[in-house]
Every structure is written in C-alpha cells, then in structure tokens.
Write a protein that binds this ligand. Structure first.
Ligand SMILES: *Cc1c(COP(=O)(O)O)cnc(C)c1O
Length: 392
C-alpha cells in the first residue's frame, strides 16, 4: 500500500496502528482463555493488566479502562460529586465531546478562550474556579492553572506527552483522560482510560462504572447499604487485549513521530509566509502544524494538497463558541436539562469575543506524520509535501 492509500484509509492520519496478526499475542490469549468479560475471572484480567501497565508507565496510582474518552470525562466529573448546574470551565478550542460530557452530567460548560498556543488561557479563569478541563490538543502539552481543586486533563490527543519537569500528561491534576479512538496516538477502534492519583476518586469511579457495586472480580456484583446508582462502563477483554498490544508500541510510535517531525522541519520550503508552529520537547509530534500569513494562503495550500491527494486537516471544527451543540443550547429533555440550570448571561470568557482565536485557527494547517513508515518513505512523503507547498 502506498502512503496515500494508507492515509486515505485512516481519514485523520494521526498515530499508527501497528496491527498485525504476527503481533496479537494478547488477543490470542483472551480467545484461548474463552472469557470476554473482565470480571468473569478471579485471575488478573486483560483489562486489569492494561490498567497496571498504564499506571506503571504514567506513574499514577489508579487507572480505569472504559469504552471511550467521553465516558472517562463523565466519570471524572461525576466523581467530584457536583450539584446540578455547577459550572465547568472548558477550552474554547477542543473537540465537542468535552462539552457533551459536561452537559450530560447536568453541568454547565463555560468556554474559556485560548492562549497563544490555543490551549485554555488560565489567566482568564476566576480565582474560585472549582472544576476546569484543560485539553492537550494535537499533541501539544498545555500549561495548567494552579490551585483548581478539580482539574481534569483531557489527553485524548496527547498520550505519551510530558510536562517540562518530566511528568506524564494526565497525572498533574485531579484526573486525566485518554482515548483509543481510531484517530488517536494508539487505537482499539474505541476505548478510553481515566487515571487519578486520588484514592477516593479512584474507588468512586470504579464503583460508579460497574453499576455502583462493590464487585470482587470473579463474582456477581454486591451493593453496600450506602451504595449509590451507577452505570455500566465496564470494558471488554478483547478490546483490552488490542489496547495492551497497542500500548507495547507506544515508544515506537512516539519515536517514529519524532523522526518524521524532524525530517519535515528540515524539508519545509524556506518561505516566511508559511511557518511551522513550534513544538516543545515533551509534545507528542502527532502532526506538523503550519501557520499561514493569511486565510487565503491557508485555503490555497489546502486546495493544492487536496488536488495531490495528500492528507491534511484544519482546526476550525474545534471552535466551540460556534459549535451548534453550544450555540443552540438544545437538549433532548423536555425541560431543556441542563441548560435550564444555566446562569443568566453568556457562558464564555474571552477578551475579544474569540476574534484572535478564530483568526489563528483560520490560518492553521496540519499535516500528518506517519510513525510506522520506514525512514526512506517518511523522507519521500515529506519531499512531496514540500513540492506542493512551494507551488501555492
Ligand atoms: C477524541 C477526543 C475526545 C473523545 O474521545 P472518544 O474516545 O472518542 O470519546 C475527547 N477530547 C478530545 C480532545 C478528543 O480529541
């Protein structure tokens, strides 16, 4: 398969899959064991193995596997024991799942404008903010606000990223969430993780994710007298097996991204009107992000790349202040829940009505980096991109 065919198949060509029958030992183990439900066994399940490996790697006390990162966000939020209508400060630039998770918990999202790097601008937060979600977007490690009791890091796009002090993203606040969706750093199609260093939060999330039960693995669930209701977010063994396989390749994926990123930086056309956005050492190099001098130039580059069949993407879709889910304030509930609990006035914090953020997004273009390609193919792909960008 050529690079372009592979990229077309993976419509947002982030990260790698490394899926190969010769490398699916964990999946074979699960099938051989004939148990697909993680709590069917008293031995360490595949899901528990995954959680143990992630905890070890990230240096965090508790990891819980769930079906996707949106569920992980909901679990983290619910475990803070909020009241209906409490405010959650979220980035103005992120995937809509963040807003959906907040709303579906009966909480109200307040959109906080981006800083220069488009991450949530912590200087805009009120000093008494209780709940804040910061998203590390496109592999970029954001700077976190201090003194927020319930700070949730959304690391869906940045598994393996590190803060300047060496800590892993997802481990610095109250909780961190990760995604194994098809377009993320590692994938099992769908999949999510929530991590926390807080013992109580870890126990609350594990209980809620299994019908509010105090289950002992290998047994039917039991409920204490003080049990609260929960839901079913329990993952499956075959999914955990693919996630274990993927997780084994994390360092290879990160190294492959670094290698192609360096190649791409060296090969970019020497023009001042299309510049690479700097990436920090601890960022996951999921893409080469370019900032164009004007929206017209960005659109011309998009057209040229499209004509050549080269995968690329733009970030306007992440501008939540313009997202219909937020502008419409609609709900499937007859009473409009939870919007009917929202305070009067606009639910947004921005100095300029998001004008600067909109302008930055309009001039940004992302190009895929393909970590699993051999170096020669990476270099060839980068040369093709350079040639196309020189024509616009
Ligand atoms: C993908 C993504 C999510 C949602 O992840 P799912 O696993 O698809 O639910 C949440 N936040 C961000 C920033 C994402 O990119």
């Amino acid at each position: 398969m050529t690079l372009h065919q592979r990229q077309g198949q993976r419509f947002l060509p982030y990260g790698a899959n490394y899926l190969d029958w010769s490398d699916m030992a964990e999946l074979k183990e699960v099938i051989d064991h004939q148990v697909l439900f993680r709590y069917q066994t008293e031995q360490e399940s595949m899901a528990s193995r995954l959680e143990r490996r992630v905890s070890e790697r990230l240096g965090v006390a508790h990891t819980l596997a769930v079906h996707n990162c949106t569920e992980a966000l909901r679990l983290a939020l619910i475990s803070t024991r909020p009241s209906i209508g409490d405010l959650v400060y979220i980035p103005a630039v992120t995937f809509v799942a963040v807003a959906g998770a907040v709303l579906s918990c009966g909480l109200i999202p307040v959109l906080v404008d981006g800083d220069e790097s488009l991450a949530l601008d912590r200087t805009l937060l009120p000093p008494d903010a209780q709940r804040v979600i910061v998203a590390h977007m496109e592999g970029s490690v954001a700077t976190l606000p201090e003194g927020v009791p319930y700070l949730i890091e959304d690391c869906a796009q940045t598994l393996g990223g590190r803060f300047p002090d060496g800590r892993e993203v997802g481990t610095a606040g109250y909780a961190g969430v990760f995604s194994f969706h098809h377009n993320k750093v590692l994938t099992s199609g769908e999949g999510g993780l929530v991590v926390t260093g807080d013992d109580r939060a870890g126990a609350t999330m594990r209980c809620y994710h299994d019908h509010g039960s105090a289950r002992v693995p290998g047994h039917y669930p039991t409920w204490d007298q003080d049990a609260h209701y929960g839901e079913n977010f329990v993952t499956s063994e075959e999914v955990a097996a693919v996630q274990c396989q993927q997780f084994r390749h994390l360092d290879e994926v990160l190294a492959g991204l670094e290698r192609m990123y360096a190649l791409a930086l060296a090969e970019l056309p020497g023009r001042t009107d299309i510049r690479p956005l700097p990436r920090a050492r601890g960022d996951v190099k999921v893409s080469m992000r370019l900032r164009c001098e004007s929206r017209e130039l960005r659109d011309a580059a998009v057209a040229a790349l499209t004509a050549e069949g080269i995968a690329h993407w733009t970030l306007g879709k992440y501008l939540l202040p313009e997202h219909p889910v937020l502008t419409g304030r609609r709900s499937l509930y007859a009473d409009g829940f939870p919007w009917n609990h929202a305070p009067e006035g606009p639910l947004r914090l921005s100095r300029d009505g998001f004008a600067r953020t909109r302008d930055l997004l309009d001039r940004t273009l992302c190009l895929p980096l393909s970590p699993e390609l051999p170096e020669a193919e990476q270099a060839a792909a980068v040369k093709t991109i350079r040639r196309v960008l020189e024509t616009v």
